[in-house]
Design a protein around this ligand. Sequence first.
Ligand SMILES: [Ca+2]
Ligand SMILES: [Ca+2]
Length: 179
Amino acid sequence: MTSLSGIYAGLNSTYAYLASQYKDGLTLENIAEARTNTENINNLNQTFASYLQTNFSALDADGDGVISAAEANNTISQMSASGLTKAQLTQLQASGASGITNSDYSYILENFEAMDFNGDGRITDAEIAAYKLKAAKMEKEDEMAHRAASNMSTFYGDDSSSSTGSYSILSYKYKTNKN
Ligand SMILES: [Ca+2]
Ligand SMILES: [Ca+2]
């Protein structure tokens, strides 16, 4: 099931990990420092840390230079409710460890416009689910149309066949009536 929840969870846990190191509140400088701190190498997700860094001012809603837990929670739950933009998804796809698989990122980005049913430039989990349902339905219809077409050609026989014995039921009937 393709879902963006891994992204929201990753952003949440990355914020929580960073915030636990800077008890006075997480500043832009803190994030930059944490990203270069070798002690964090195994515990800090660089993709999400980079996202928090480059989107700092959007996360710091009151503009006091610190991302509070409430601000992080608000922003991430808002993201989860309204969905993610193409630019956000493109930025988050930057590394393999970014909440969802690389192929899921590609799938969403390649089908972004068709998937964005309400046309607001954001993709939500509901839109992904609806798109998948629609795609599955269209695939089934294609398959049925193809099956109907191949049944039809069996019925009419192979016109290109040079064999004289390969009359289809229809052409045989036609011939019989004519004679
Ligand atoms: Ca703030
Ligand atoms: Ca949308």
